[in-house]
Design a protein around this ligand. Structure first.
Ligand code: BG6
Length: 487
């Protein structure tokens, strides 16, 4: 029956001429933004942005003296990238950045989160800087500012200089952490006269485990748990060195903080006991990185659970790790743990997630909009922060180009509408979320998926490099214009 209905609807849509459909849409999109219908939107001054990262969009991997990164090597290992592609060319953003900035402006975004490719600036990770590499970011920042868009810079989005992996074992060594601090100081010295917000490392929670634990991200290693825990500790130390470097070398008013894919916990059912359990869970499930950064200590439960695999550390390191930050950047996509209260263990129990739980085009991307309400709310309480930014949120889709040349990504719009409605619920209750960066501005090189997964507001034809706005670009433009989720 439902099959029949959908077939009938399809026939009806097919009956509309492409031109009529495009005309109707253009008319709808041209209408002035409707006022928020739910009595309020986001707070005034809320920062609306989009995000990308260097290796995923820049291409030009051999140009202007850029050194190799661990991803340049990893993508060449047969079978590692689903479709066999690489980031060699990606979106050619290195050359097309002006065109891409025009796309950001078209959305009405006030901010753009990008990352600096460490091996562009220091081809070997340390030693002699490469002025041509830095120049690219000077040009990018100037062009953003010229267009009224604030640059938000990430120091590390996974493209570790290969030389550091070869010489020191990459993040296995605290030498890399110190060198990261030097690189952060250099970037701060040269760019924070114009860049006022700096994220340190993107997603320790992913690159440590995926890269060094299960080998599905660069550098592709499968080390024992004790080493993985030590590497996670090193990533927190690197974050701390970077915070100190930005403080010491940054221009006046430069702010710095992490951008972490927080292990997202939410109460399965909203009762006071479960909310309390979710709060404990959020702290404990993030004890290896965010909690130590924010509090300066590993929790007893974490150390007990890790047992002999617990990281080795000194008090001096904990001090560096917990250098005060100006904001908390949270990448929130999918619920990780729905929890209920328990009288066992630490006081919470994560529930098994059924196979039938709905997800977006990527299997891992479960649809749990309330996550973006609970996680910032509980995080603000646990870590007493008054500035949270959603440093990433977004969804993959199949994003087929229809015969009329357009992409009707109503699935992405559904996802965004629901997440933004929950985020608005949070801000209207006073949860201190100050901004939101949508992942991603445009389709790009999606790591292990290659070009197979599309997260962009703009569709990219990777043969011609033509960018085409998806319907979600109009949706997001409307959200920004209204400063409201539009529910
Ligand atoms: C985040 C990363 O984890 O999710 C992005 O910071 C990434 O770089 C995005 O593109 C989507 O992840 P994936 O694994 O589906 O490519």
């Amino acid at each position: 029956m439902s099959d029949k209905v959908s077939r009938r609807q399809l026939a009806k849509i097919a009956g509309l001429s492409a031109a009529a459909m495009a005309g109707a849409l253009e008319a709808a999109e041209a209408k002035p933004a409707a006022p928020p219908r739910n009595g309020g939107g986001f707070p005034a001054g809320f920062v609306w942005g989009t995000a990308t990262s260097s290796y995923q969009v820049e291409g030009a991997v051999n140009e202007d003296g850029r050194g190799a990164s661990i991803w340049d090597k990893f993508v060449r290992i047969p079978g590692k990238i689903e479709d066999g592609t690489t980031g060699d060319r990606a979106n050619e953003h290195y050359h097309r950045y002006k065109e891409d900035i025009a796309l950001i402006k078209e959305l009405g975004c006030r901010a753009y989160r990008f990352s600096v490719a460490w091996p562009r600036v220091f081809p070997d990770g340390d030693g002699k800087p490469n002025p041509k590499g830095l120049d690219f970011y000077n040009r990018l920042v100037d062009e953003l500012l010229k267009n009224g868009i604030e640059p938000w810079l990430t120091l590390y989005h996974w493209d570790l200089p290969q030389s550091l992996e070869d010489r020191f074992g990459g993040w296995r060594s605290t030498e890399t952490c110190k060198i990261f601090g030097d690189y952060a100081a250099y970037v701060a010295e040269h760019l924070t006269d114009r860049v006022k917000n700096v994220f340190t490392l993107n997603e320790s929670g992913r690159f440590v485990y995926f890269g060094y634990g299960i080998g599905i991200d660069a550098p592709g290693l499968t080390l024992p748990q004790a080493e993985v825990n030590q590497i996670r500790h090193n990533s927190a130390l690197a974050h701390g060195f970077a915070v100190q470097a930005v403080r010491a070398h940054g221009g006046r008013g430069t702010r710095v903080g992490p951008a972490e894919n927080i292990d997202a916990c939410a109460p399965a059912i909203d009762t006071p006991e479960n909310v309390r359990a979710a709060e404990i869970a959020l702290r404990e499930m993030n004890a290896g990185y965010l909690n130590v950064i924010m509090t300066g200590g590993y929790t007893d439960a974490f150390l007990k659970y890790a047992g002999p695999n617990a990281p080795k550390f000194t008090d001096a390191e904990l001090k560096i790790i917990s250098s005060p930050v100006d904001f908390l950047g949270l990448n929130i996509y999918a619920p990780q743990n729905y929890v209920v209260a328990s009288d066992q263990g630490a006081g919470f129990m994560p529930l098994p997630i059924p196979k039938s739980f709905p997800h977006m085009n990527s299997d891992w991307l479960r649809v749990g909009p309330e996550t973006i309400y609970w996680v910032p709310k509980l995080a603000a309480k646990i870590w007493k922060t008054d500035a949270i930014y959603i440093s990433e949120n977004g969804a993959s889709g199949d994003d087929m180009v229809r015969p009329d040349g357009r992409i009707y990504d109503t699935d992405r719009i559904m996802y965004l509408r629901n997440y933004l409605a929950q985020l608005q619920r949070a801000t209207s209750e006073g949860v201190p979320v100050r901004g939101y960066f949508l992942w991603s501005l445009m389709d790009n090189f999606e790591w292990v998926y290659g070009l197979n997964k599309r997260f962009g507001l703009y569709h990219v034809n990777f043969d011609t490099q033509v960018r085409t706005p998806k319907l979600s670009a109009s949706f997001y433009r409307n959200v920004i214009a209204n400063n409201a989720a539009g529910v």
